[in-house]
Design a protein around this ligand. Structure first.
Ligand code: GTP
Ligand code: MG
Length: 195
């Protein structure tokens, strides 16, 4: 599969209907700053489709994109941000709850974790939630260009262990070099064809 067309549809501050809702969806979840927006841009080969920020937790909205006129990519707001008040955290929680309560169209969730760090408690919670809900997911280990090829297994092992996932469920990915892009596109294509 290749992404031939990508369009930004809308940003939502609460989960509600949006134009075209009902098409298959692929969700992108992960903590703030893990590289969600960068991954979307690299998948679509667009520079500024999704806004990339140096400040974690800036995008606390749900951003919806339409790819190939065939499915929606949903950029979920990041979790694990420190400098956020209680009210904002509650709004985030509600948005996620509403989103994952309405999964008829959800084919696959890409759960992003930073390849360089042990998964956080929030990562574990997110992953357990996906698994517990029986939602298909794939773990994407981001920023793979930051570690050498030789050090891969040393960094991947704690991810397998902490999230209790199999190596085939994890794709090392780099938005900078395009590593993992084809593998991820295949996983997305498979998930869409099984819907
Ligand atoms: P929020 O929307 O704030 O939750 O963040 P996000 O998960 O969308 O992360 P974003 O894509 O904005 O990237 C955060 C920072 O990490 C930026 O400075 C990116 O340039 C950097 N980054 C993202 N992906 C990669 C990658 O694959 N390699 C490298 N080297 N840097 C990356
Ligand atoms: Mg973002």
């Amino acid at each position: 599969m290749e992404i031939k067309k990508s369009l930004f549809i809308t940003s939502l501050d609460a989960y509600k209907s949006f134009p075209g809702r009902g098409m298959p969806q692929i969700a992108v979840a992960g903590k703030s700053n893990v590289g969600k927006s960068s991954l979307i841009n690299s998948l679509c080969r667009m520079k500024n489709l999704a806004r990339v920020s140096g400040t974690p937790g800036k995008t606390r909205l749900m951003n919806i994109f339409l790819l190939n006129d065939a499915f929606h990519l949903v950029d979920l707001p990041g979790y694990g941000f420190a400098k956020v008040d209680k009210q904002e955290k509650e709004r985030w929680g509600e948005m996620m709850e509403h989103y994952f309560a309405d999964t008829d169209c959800l084919c696959l969730t890409l759960h992003l974790v930073d390849i360089r760090h042990d998964p956080t408690q929030d990562d574990v919670t997110m992953n357990r939630f996906l698994r517990g809900s029986g939602l298909p997911f794939i773990v994407v280990a981001t920023k793979a260009d930051k570690i050498s090829r030789g050090a891969r297994s040393k960094f991947l092992a704690p991810i397998y262990r902490t999230l209790e996932v199999q190596p085939w469920q994890v794709i090392p990915y780099s938005s900078e070099t395009g590593e993992g892009r084809n593998q991820l596109l295949s996983a997305i294509s498979d998930a869409l064809s099984h819907k």
